[in-house]
Design a protein around this ligand. Structure first.
Ligand code: NAD
Length: 279
């Protein structure tokens, strides 16, 4: 993935998130990287979480700092409780507080059911679901401690869970991944219901097919690309910036009344395109 701070991100209003502090997990690649840069473009200070490849994380930090905001790279495995606690504590210490969590880190370990090992099942659930739970829990403690600061945001905090169209669309050969995203959906809605009275907004973004390293095999060859496009009524594969725009919007006060919603950003993939001519 190339760096994304260029022209495509310039549509983001530069002061939309001014003075806010954002934590993006898995932010040194793909969607997380574009989102971290988008939040910086919108005026937020950003912590770029990563679990591997320090240099890539530092490159993202450099791009964000070019917008005149603060940024830092923090290493932490989101599936490890002590590492998540340490990361959030460090952010509060070094950045003063936290206003926005983008729980983005995720992975796939694909296999047909009878070949899937317990380790493959567990790894995906640990990172994609438990990781989001741990990050949401820790940042919420800070949101509740600090409360609303009206000159910063109308909300005491915003959590955006990175889900997937596979919270809705079953996906043979990926039962661990689909189960994790189905879990994210209900976790997000439950947290939204629980935390709304404290003015904490929890929402999700559900990407369709976005060109990133996680799904390289689905878009790399012309044949795979053609197959994939059959599933996308809007007839283009998404870019990480498509997701970054949705996250920046959801995190901002423009969307202050949006609570407990999943925003599908999928070119119509969840419209069951097979039924356009059949059924
Ligand atoms: P990616 O592989 O480029 O990025 C995933 C990031 O998560 C990487 O930075 C990786 O290092 C990080 N990560 C993995 N395990 C981690 C851990 N234990 N702790 C911290 N970070 C960890 O893939 P992507 O497409 O950018 O995926 C980002 C999110 O978007 C994932 O949650 C994925 O499920 C979701 N998503 C992607 C697509 C798509 O088409 N690309 C579609 C739907 C949902």
């Amino acid at each position: 993935m190339n760096s994304t701070a260029g022209a495509t991100q310039s549509v983001i209003p530069a002061h939309l998130l001014k003075g806010q502090k954002a934590l993006v997990t898995g932010a040194n690649s793909g969607i997380g990287m574009a989102t971290a840069i988008g939040l910086g473009r919108a005026g937020a200070d950003v912590v770029v979480n990563y679990v591997a490849d320090h240099d890539a994380a530092e490159q993202v930090v450099k791009e964000i700092k070019a917008f005149g905001v603060r940024a830092a790279a923090y290493e932490a495995d989101v599936s490890k409780e002590d590492q998540v606690t340490g990361m959030v504590d460090r952010m509060v210490q070094e950045f003063g507080t936290i206003d926005i969590l983008v729980a983005n880190a995720g992975l796939q370990r694909d296999a047909r059911l009878t070949e899937m090992t317990l380790a493959q099942w567990q790894k995906v659930l640990d990172v994609n679901l438990t990781g989001q739970f741990l990050c949401a829990r820790e940042v919420t403690k800070e949101f509740l401690r600090r409360g609303v600061v009206p000159e910063v945001s109308r909300a005491a905090g915003k959590i955006i869970c990175m889900s997937s169209v596979h919270q809705l669309i079953p996906w043979a050969g990926h039962v661990n991944y689909a189960a994790s995203k189905g879990g994210v959906q209900m976790m997000m809605q439950t947290l939204a219901q629980e935390l709304a009275p404290q003015k904490i907004r929890v929402n999700a973004v559900a990407p369709g097919a976005i060109k990133t390293p996680i799904n390289r095999s689905a878009w790399e060859t012309p044949e795979a690309r053609a197959d994939l496009l059959k599933l996308i009524p809007y007839d283009r594969i998404g870019d990480p910036e498509d997701i970054a725009y949705a996250v920046v919007g959801l995190a901002s006060d423009l969307m202050d009344y949006v609570v407990g919603t999943t925003l599908y950003v999928d070119g119509g993939m969840t419209l069951f395109p097979g039924f356009a001519t059949g059924g």
